[in-house]
Design a protein around this ligand. Structure first.
Ligand code: SAM
Length: 260
């Protein structure tokens, strides 16, 4: 029986073979790779991945689709986890993981944050996302799309916007343009915040009022900050600070015992 796309699961199925091939070429799967696909749906990417891989793990929230997948491939080729990817302990799936997915747009940002703590176990991530989300992920300081998402993800990943995907490549077509992004976790030698929690808190607070001056947004912290060491003016706007400056700012507050 044909599957009726379910809106609540953000189901827009890829049906353009040219786009599928372009994505598979970008991923360049090798037989022994430990690949995890989030949201396999009707197998548009699953099938060409399985053509190249010894084994694939998929996470699918829609139980009907998960059942179809279990029927289509033996367990030793395909492991199907029928669950919400937001509930899955990706760390238990191994290391050197390569994550791929045409992500449901309604949960794409929570999923990106869900995967972040597992970055040490991940080799790379390739996602088809709403283009507007990739614009924010890859935006540079002092540009319109630079946001909390840009800072939080750029602190952990090298990200490359690979190419755009037209709505007509999907059935049903979404109302927005999509694009493909590659995310590679940065090495241990990266500049890291002393406290991930404090860093997240500072970035969230700074971008809660992105048009205001930092000294106003950070109010009670303003006089405690060594602005010179930060190489920033208290009158700057949050979107003018680089990722490194946000890390330095949160480190200053941690060193003074303001945040932990
Ligand atoms: N990969 C397929 C393709 O390219 O045609 C399907 C893409 S469709 C945009 C998103 C898929 O993710 C659907 O199969 C949907 O059921 C599944 N999905 C939605 N939310 C999910 C979640 N939280 N966890 C796991 N899968 C989810």
């Amino acid at each position: 029986m044909p599957h009726q796309p379910r809106k609540r699961f953000g189901q827009h199925f890829l049906h353009d073979p040219g786009v599928v091939e372009q994505i598979i070429r970008a991923i360049a799967p090798q037989a022994a790779d430990a690949v995890v696909e989030i949201g396999p749906g009707l197998s548009a990417l699953t099938e060409p991945l399985l053509d190249r891989l010894d084994h694939l793990t998929v996470i699918e929230i829609d139980r009907d689709l998960a059942h179809r997948l279990r029927m289509a491939w033996p367990d030793d080729r395909l492991t199907v986890i029928a669950d919400d990817a937001l509930n899955v302990d990706v760390g238990a799936l191994g290391s050197g993981l390569r994550i791929v997915g045409n992500l449901p747009y309604n949960v794409s940002t929570p999923l990106l944050f869900h995967l972040q703590p597992y970055a040490d176990q991940i080799a790379d991530q390739h996602f088809i996302l709403q283009r507007e989300v990739i614009e924010r992920m890859t935006a540079q300081p002092a540009t319109p799309h630079y946001s909390r998402l840009s800072v939080m993800l750029q602190a952990r990943y090298q990200m490359d916007w690979l190419f755009d995907v037209d709505p007509q490549a999907f059935d049903p077509p979404p109302g927005v343009m999509s694009a493909v992004v590659r995310m590679v976790p940065l090495p241990d030698s990266r500049v890291r915040p002393r406290s991930e929690q404090a860093f997240a808190q500072v970035v969230t607070r700074a971008f809660s009022q992105r048009r205001k001056m930092l000294r106003r947004v950070l109010s009670d912290w303003t006089n405690l900050i060594d602005w010179q060491a930060l190489e920033a003016a208290p009158t700057a706007r949050p979107q003018e600070l680089s990722v490194k400056q946000f890390i330095a700012l949160s480190d200053q507050l941690v060193d003074q015992g303001i945040l932990d």
